[in-house]
Design a protein around this ligand. Structure first.
Ligand code: NAD
Length: 438
């Protein structure tokens, strides 16, 4: 299902020929491509939103907020600053080199591969592509086959807007991705799960190709005692149930003490009602589960604790109500792996020390969230735990700050992107020394 009807080896060879001409290096080409990508998103926002609705039941407003407008903002941020970011950076020269000068420049890498997942299938493909173009690379973009409508619309539009000899879309599933991974790339940027992340890294090792792995994991949300549980509940609900919980940085589970848990449960039930109404199945704000396999996996987790709110589901429409589970044991099925669906378990711990130990006993998460009035608690969480990022008071939002690096650590991934970090990821920072002969 290669949209260009070429074999992966031919696609890569064609792009490499383009790269060798040097055409992708000038600032004018880079900004031209970014502007063209921006036009694609603004002129065809409705088409992309319709595809996202077909794939994931995403509402139009959510599609624009979390995918289309998000990527436009990321492009604008880059366009405004790219020239400054690309300026050579002087380095201090040691005394023994006398009148020498030293500096670094950002070199494009060449031909890069971007592999995207299905949950934000437009944003997670096009935001890295924007970074790769800003850095002056040729790009092979591989959308997720699990979001087929979005994959199709992007495969149709991208070659029409961008330099088609420098940017190619290869659609398909495992066989196509496997064939792509046999090619030599200069960087592979993969977003998805850790199992495939390992496959990508193994394939990359054959060619000594560097990788960025944007993976997932169980991101905890610690709720301190004496915090306004109504406000906490509203923010947990608005972020956990975004895209029906299929968000890599969604709060996966809540950690709190017994007393706060009792108050929070009621507040979460109310917040779910306020957000999604009496029957969430009727709410346009709630997306659907991507496929039957994930639906069956998720409904299998619903008896992992006492039901506070939700629990209803309908296989035909792949609908699962926003669900909160209480009294959840750390050994239960819902705590075994990333939930990636609209189920929020509340796990009771005996205060901050136990919460920190709980987090550190597990894989390093992509994000750590906490709701607390205490600066000392915030400081301890930052200093004593490891995670891709930290969000106090509002989950998910840190990734909308283009000046913050976005990426995981340990099992949640390696490398980072967004804004200037994308440019660094898709470039080589080259050292230059100039010592006059005279
Ligand atoms: P997915 O199934 O769409 O897979 C991602 C990509 O890998 C697809 O393009 C697919 O074609 C390819 N792929 C699948 N199997 C392959 C194989 N055997 N060999 C080669 N390529 C293969 O998406 P997913 O992995 O289910 O995505 C969900 C996961 O991604 C979750 O763990 C989530 O937390 C994580 N995620 C992370 C981020 C982040 O930015 N860190 C963002 C979104 C999702």
């Amino acid at each position: 299902m290669n949209s260009t009807a070429e074999q992966p080896a031919e696609v890569v060879a064609r792009l490499r020929t383009t790269y060798r001409t040097g055409r992708t290096k000038p600032m004018s080409w880079r900004t031209g491509q970014l502007r063209a990508l921006r036009s694609l998103l603004t002129e065809h926002g409705q088409d992309i939103a319709a595809a996202l609705h077909a794939d994931l039941g995403k509402s139009e407003s959510e599609a624009f907020r979390t995918e289309i407008d998000f990527t436009v903002r990321e492009i604008d941020h880059t366009l405004e600053r790219l020239e400054g970011w690309l300026r050579p950076e002087p380095a201090e020269v040691p005394e023994h080199l006398g009148d020498a000068r030293a500096w670094t420049v950002l070199d494009p890498l060449g031909v890069v591969l971007v592999i995207a997942p299905w949950n934000y299938p437009a944003q997670l493909l096009l935001a890295p592509v924007a970074g790769a173009l800003a850095a002056g690379n040729c790009v092979v973009a591989k959308p997720s086959e699990l979001a087929p409508a979005t994959s199709r619309v992007i495969a149709e539009l991208l070659p029409k807007f961008l330099d088609a000899d420098a940017v190619a879309v290869v659609e398909g599933a495992v066989p196509e991705t496997t064939a792509l991974l046999e090619q030599r790339f200069d960087h592979i940027f993969y977003t998805g799960n850790g199992t495939v992340g390992r496959i990508v890294m193994r394939a990359a090792a054959e060619h000594l190709t560097p990788v960025t792995l944007e993976l997932g994991g169980k991101s905890p949300a610690f709720v301190d005692r004496n915090t306004d549980v109504r406000k906490v509940a509203a923010r947990l609900v608005s972020t956990k149930f975004l895209n029906a919980g299929q968000t890599c940085v969604a709060p996966d589970y809540v950690l709190t003490d017994r007393e706060t848990a009792a108050e929070l449960e009621g507040a979460l039930a109310e917040a779910v009602q306020e957000t999604f109404g009496a029957d969430p199945a009727e709410s346009p704000r709630l997306g659907r589960i991507v496929n039957d396999r994930h639906f069956d996996r998720l409904t299998g987790l619903l008896d992992s604790g006492r039901l506070v709110v939700g629990g209803a589901y309908d296989r035909e429409n792949r609908y699962i109500a926003p669900t909160v589970l209480a009294d959840v044991s750390p050994d239960s099925a819902v705590m075994a792996e990333e939930i990636f669906g609209p189920i929020l378990p509340v796990v009771v711990v005996d205060g901050l020390d136990e919460a920190i130990a709980f987090i550190n006993d597990r894989d390093k998460p992509l994000a750590l969230y906490a709701f607390t009035e205490s600066q000392a608690v915030r400081d301890r969480l930052v200093a004593e735990t490891s995670s891709g990022g930290v969000g106090f008071g509002l989950p998910v939002a840190h990734l909308t700050v283009s000046d913050l690096p976005f990426g995981g650590v340990g099992e949640s991934g390696m490398g980072r992107y967004h804004g200037q970090y994308s440019l660094e990821t898709f470039s080589h920072r080259k050292a230059v020394l100039d010592k006059p002969l005279g």
